[in-house]
Design a protein around this ligand. Structure first.
Ligand code: FES
Length: 318
């Protein structure tokens, strides 16, 4: 088997390159991390990467394999070898320090921004620990499984283009505290995460949940916080207005009114925001991509209205 591994030593290399290593006779049940260790210990001691627990708990062995982030210690090598070869790279969306080691500074800074600690109501006095019901714990059960390995962060397509986006790890961590029955900062937290760079700036590509090695699945956590924000009436932002405009348009005509939606999303009194749409509008007209000015309802619009009404009722019930 050939392991094609990304190498870069800033002290002597001018640019990164791939180095191939060969291993023969790998027994069934060998993990990718076992193979990397074998290469390091028997072939090339300069190969640099992080690892610690070897049990999918600490998150430090996260790397990119064949283009996607995974935990090396949780991955059977037989599952990633293609035509006798596997390509190993450092995580994405992070600066590379050396070989497969990346700078996790900006990743931790984002997590710190969401205040990842419990803020209980200190006015209440407790003799012992603060209990939670099983139902309350279920609300944070999945997000609390996050091991902060950075796999979701690495493959997030929004972070790639939006440098102020908090990213999937920090947002999933945010839900863990927003829905914790013992935290008193719920409203403030969800307000903060509704701002620029927060829950509404995720583009729903789904890569974060695909890559997550635990049950944390950040996209589901982001979607749940959007629902919470709407239910709590935190709608003074582009994302929430976009959702509301979308639903209203479908409920009204059975289809999306693409002429009105950008204006409603931006906010009709948001003059600078509306002005920023003009160049896009002109480009659309020049390329004949603009929707028809006349917006007609579909024939079965009554059916659509009934469906929207029923969905909204269910959402309100939670
Ligand atoms: S070494 Fe700890 S998660 Fe892989």
């Amino acid at each position: 088997m050939i392991f094609s591994i990304w190498r870069f030593n800033p002290e002597k290399d001018t640019s990164p390159y791939f180095q191939d290593y060969k291993l023969k006779k790998i027994p069934q049940g060998t993990t990718l991390l076992d193979c990397m260790n074998l290469i390091k210990w028997t072939q090339d001691g300069t190969l640099t990467y992080r690892m610690s627990c070897r049990s999918a708990i600490c998150g430090s062995c996260a790397i990119k394999v064949n283009g996607h982030a995974i935990l090396a210690c949780k991955t059977q090598v037989s599952n990633v070898i293609k035509d006798g070869k596997v390509k190993i790279e450092p995580l994405g969306n992070m600066e590379i320090i050396k070989d497969l080691v990346v700078d996790l500074g900006p990743f931790w800074e984002r997590i710190e921004k969401i205040r990842p600690w419990l803020m209980p109501d200190e006015s209440e006095r407790y003799e012992k620990e603060r209990y939670q019901s099983i139902d309350d714990f279920r609300k944070i059960d999945e997000s609390s499984t996050c091991i902060m390995c950075g796999c979701c962060y690495s493959d997030c397509s929004s972070l790639d283009v939006d440098k102020v986006f908090l990213g999937p790890t920090a947002l999933a961590k945010g839900q863990r505290f927003i829905d914790d029955s013992r935290d008193k900062e719920r409203l403030n937290r969800i307000r903060e995460l509704s701002d620029k760079g927060g829950i509404w700036d995720c583009t729903h590509c789904g890569e974060c949940s695909e890559r997550c090695p635990t049950e944390a699945r950040p996209l589901e956590r982001i979607t749940s916080m959007r629902r919470t924000a709407l239910a709590l009436g935190i709608i003074n932002n582009i994302g929430a207005r976009h959702v509301k405009g979308f639903v209203d348009s479908i409920a009204h005509s059975g289809r999306l009114n693409e002429n009105i939606l950008p204006i409603r999303s931006m906010g009709i009194f948001n003059i600078p925001g509306l002005m920023s749409l003009i160049p896009i509008g002109i480009r659309m007209i020049m390329r004949r991509k603009n929707p028809s000015i006349i917006h007609r309802s579909i024939d079965e619009v009554e059916d659509i209205r009934r469906i929207v009404e029923e969905l909204c009722k269910r959402l309100r019930k939670g």
